[in-house]
Design a binder for this molecule. Structure first.
Ligand code: WT7
Length: 647
């Protein structure tokens, strides 16, 4: 029997949405989605209010997803200009540096507006036009938000690439969308260590497919030495400083693209998830308010990086569209020590704190003292995102970080969904540790079996969504067919999430993890195919197979089986070299945690690798391999089992 944490009466009394209101809104949203989402759209400013609300068909022969199709707006105006009359001096962003000795910065809405306008003017002066793609490869500094909003202001489509990605990964993403300009910094700093961002961009631009890049804008952040290649490379300050402080925004159609964000899938290269302007902004702003029960006085801190969708929706677009104060943190949870998160909470009087289960598990291991040292009295709400949270970590978060007094919102969503879909509303939803609980208004989850048959009641299945919501992605950039094939073909008539899920007798959803070939490492999505192709790009590797395995801190770790080219010698040095090779090809987040030599891989007679078997070996469950008789050579399994990772 799982325990239930009832809605706190005092919290509910102050909350925007209580239980009855949630039920009313949910019912209304399902009964008449047009009326519901038409009303929600009024929360943002439109040049032209939409009269067409939703135009959606998941049917393959008549496929379309359009929201607010005749509406016109500008996202940066919604995040900046419209607040100037009422809260120009309110802090929009609080920047906290990696090094606690570096003074924090408070950027007001007025200042942020000016900085965005100046960069937007500079981008225009550099020839960036509506619809052009701009790659942003920055650390967690204010300029990252400025860059995104400046693109939005002039209708350029931003593609933020996480600062931990390698030159090869940058080049893939730049070339896929034919980026015209890159905004980067000399270096980033995380946990006291420098990250050579500009040097990575230089290396990326030597790779094929990147000749579309005309300009690289370089923010001087650490002051570290960089090579400037003129006229391509320009110092950010030099081009921005002289620009006017106002900038005429581009009038965008609701369905004009706002951004591309690359994410891993089960096959091939990362896909460019495309979000459009109107639906995304409405959804980001609506969910940010209801999920976090946002008040004007809140100091809201999401610890994600802007390189991921969480940073896009719940650091930049949602909070700024809502006129909130958001903390932007450059550092990591364990630098200079493991009290850092709680020190920052106290320093900036954070009221809402939103982080990932992997961070909670890592900090839990350090004991309660580093948490208890800080007061945390300002906090009123906690949140998690990125992967399933194990009940033990949930309880520690609740009891120790939250002093058993704060609700936790466990928000389930994806890069593709634009914002949270299944999540508690803190004033409305009783909580169960480990469950993302119930769908938000307007969201219709369902569970299906492998044949696509709808499953009712308390049951385990594959999680699909029966209908659209405004924040849904619209296409895979440059490959609309891949979009349809990936998400709408598996279970026709529905959007397939790629997640497995259980529903309990109370209708609560429990995400069980990916059911496709995607691994969730510390809340970051890694495609097994990507790691495999990085491994086989090494001259000594003939073949590789990669699976996930349970990992105490990361949630899942990366387990790689490698077959060498005939004649090559297995050695510990080569093993290390291969791990390094993957880091270099993709980035540190894709480093295999364990690499095992595989004289052969378990394959069917038609040559298909049986991943089910590899997963069981990686999980150290050799007694659960199931039927191996259909393998071309069943004996390879014995050897793999013998040399598996144990513990
Ligand atoms: C995948 C999406 C959403 C922003 C961060 C990750 C897993 C995400 C939860 C949660 C259980 C979760 C799912 C999903 N996931 N949040 N609260 N509980 N699982 O975005 O990189 O697109 O990954 O993360 O497996 O499909 P993403």
């Amino acid at each position: 029997m799982t325990d239930v944490y009832k809605v706190d009466a005092a919290f509910a009394a102050r909350a925007g949405i209580d239980k009855a209101e949630y039920q009313r809104q949910y019912q209304a949203s399902v009964d008449d989605p047009d009326a519901f989402w038409g009303e929600v759209a009024n929360r943002i400013d439109w040049y032209r209010k939409p009269t067409q609300i939703r135009d959606v068909s998941y049917a393959l022969e008549d496929f379309r997803i359009r929201w607010y199709g005749d509406g016109e707006l500008n996202a940066s105006v919604n995040c900046l200009d419209r607040h100037l009359a009422t809260r120009a001096d309110k802090t929009a962003l609080v920047w906290e540096a990696d090094d606690p000795a570096t003074p924090a910065k408070h950027v007001s809405y007025r200042e942020l507006h000016q900085r965005v306008c100046k960069l937007a003017n500079a981008l225009r002066a550099l020839g960036v036009q509506k619809g052009d793609r701009v790659t942003i490869y920055l650390p967690m500094i204010v300029e990252a938000a400025v860059a995104m909003l400046a693109c939005a202001r002039i209708g350029a489509i931003h593609s933020v690439v996480f600062g931990g990605f390698s030159p090869t990964s940058i080049a893939d993403r730049v070339s896929d969308c034919a980026s015209k300009l890159i905004i980067t910094a000399d270096e980033g700093v995380r946990g006291g260590r420098k990250v050579p961002l500009k040097a990575n961009v230089d290396a990326a631009l030597k790779l094929p497919g990147t000749t579309t890049v005309e300009t690289v804008l370089v923010v001087r952040h650490t002051g570290g030495a960089v090579d400037m290649q003129m006229p391509r490379d320009r110092w950010y300050d030099a081009v921005v400083d002289a620009q006017p402080e106002t900038c005429e925004p581009e009038r965008m159609n609701a369905e004009d693209p706002l951004f591309i964000l690359y994410t891993s899938g089960s096959t091939g290269k990362p896909k460019g998830v495309l979000h459009t302007t109107g639906g995304y902004l409405v959804y980001a702003s609506y969910t940010h308010e209801v999920v976090f029960d946002l008040k004007d006085s809140d100091i809201y801190w999401c610890t994600a990086d802007v390189g991921w969708v969480t940073g896009h929706t719940y650091i930049v677009y949602g909070p700024l569209a809502n006129g909130a104060t958001a903390v932007m943190f450059e550092g990591v949870p364990n630098y200079p020590d493991v009290s850092r998160f709680w020190d920052v909470v106290d320093k900036h009087k954070v009221t809402i704190f939103y982080t990932a289960p992997t961070a909670i598990r890592a900090l839990m291991r350090e004991g309660d003292a580093p948490v208890k040292k800080a007061s945390r009295a300002s906090l009123r709400l906690l949140g998690t995102v990125g992967e399933p949270i194990n009940p033990e970590a949930w309880r520690w978060y609740h009891d120790v970080v939250g002093d058993s007094r704060l609700p936790i919102v466990d928000t389930w969503w994806q890069t593709e969904t634009g914002g949270a879909l299944i999540s508690p509303l803190p004033g409305a939803t009783d909580l169960k540790p480990g469950s993302a609980t119930l769908p938000l208004p307007g969201v219709q989850p369902a569970l299906v079996d492998a044949n696509g048959t709808r499953l009712e009641g308390a049951v385990d299945g594959n999680l699909v969504l029966l209908d659209s919501w405004p924040g849904q992605m619209r296409t895979v950039y440059g490959d609309h067919q891949r979009f349809i094939d990936t998400y709408f073909k598996t279970y026709p008539g529905t959007y397939f999430t790629g997640d497995g899920c259980r529903r309990d007798a109370d209708g609560y959803y429990w995400i069980t993890g990916r059911v496709d070939d995607v691994i969730n490492v510390s809340g970051h999505r890694i495609g097994t195919a990507e790691v495999e192709s990085a491994l086989v790009s090494h001259p000594k590797v003939a073949e590789a197979a990669v699976v996930g395995f349970p990992h105490d801190i990361k949630g899942q770790g990366i387990y790689a089986y490698v077959t060498l080219i005939a004649g090559e010698q297995e050695s510990d040095e080569l093993l290390k070299e291969l791990v390094q090779h993957v880091r270099k090809e993709i980035g540190p987040i894709a480093s295999p945690d364990f690499l095992q030599w595989a004289p052969g891989l378990p394959k069917t007679r038609s040559g298909k690798i049986m991943r089910r078997i590899l997963r069981k070996i990686a999980e150290n469950a050799p007694d659960q391999l199931g039927d191996t008789s259909t393998l071309a050579d069943p004996s390879v399994v014995d050897s793999l089992v013998k040399h598996r990772r144990i513990g």
